[in-house]
Design a protein around this ligand. Sequence first.
Ligand code: ADP
Ligand code: MG
Length: 252
Amino acid sequence: MTSTILQVKNLSVTFKGDNGDLEAVNNLSFNMDEQEFVCVLGPSGSGKSTLLRVLAGLVQPGEGEVNISPGSDRKPVVGLVFQQANLMPWRTVIENVTLPLELLGVEEEKRNARAREWIDLIGLQGFEKSLPHDLSGGMAQRVALARAFVQDPDLLLLDEPFGALDALTRERMGDELLRLWQVRRKTILMVTHSISEALLLSDRVLVFTPRPGRLALELPVPFERPRSSGVRFTPEFGSLSQRLRESIGLAG
Ligand code: ADP
Ligand code: MG
């Protein structure tokens, strides 16, 4: 049985500025089921990051309501990964991955074991003792993903996590995330600019309108699980890409 892990109801967010108010998100409503993978696409400035920041508790919702793990009485764990890995430069790979567990008060032996497991899963075995400045951009982003996954979040928020990587690394990271999600299903809400990343990874794509962000389209992604990256080359993938391009206003 699936249960609802996220409820967003009539969410509006307005930033107050010297030159008047700026509405970033307008009357947005959607839900997410446990273990669902949802991608958000939309033009720049359409409130995608603002939505994630509200869900992470970094920005107050102006109007409306946000519930994470409704029905659970413990505080939900929300993981967040940005375009920049934001690793602590003086901590090794494994020390970066164990950080959230340290903050949660998990004992040392346990947190090292869990971190190692994720370092292996994400393909960084052998780099446990490396420092961030010795890592490529793709590797640093792997560490950031491991650090987010290791705390077993109820909801994992990814804000253009591969946006700063070159095209080939980006594609490889997409495949990697697909594989990870298929072995360790988490509830993931991911903002991306890449239509093919959204179609490869998600169960559902939400398209935002230009600012203020509202839902322009909600598209279920029909490809069976487990998926392989070869799904990119099917005609159905092509026609759904086209549909998404049109709804974002990119189609010619
Ligand atoms: P996206 O991630 O879709 O590109 P954002 O959510 O970052 O868009 O921003 C939506 C709009 O809100 C933009 O016009 C942005 O300038 C504005 N905005 C975002 N954060 C703030 C803030 N803290 N203060 C004022 N305006 C903001
Ligand atoms: Mg953004």
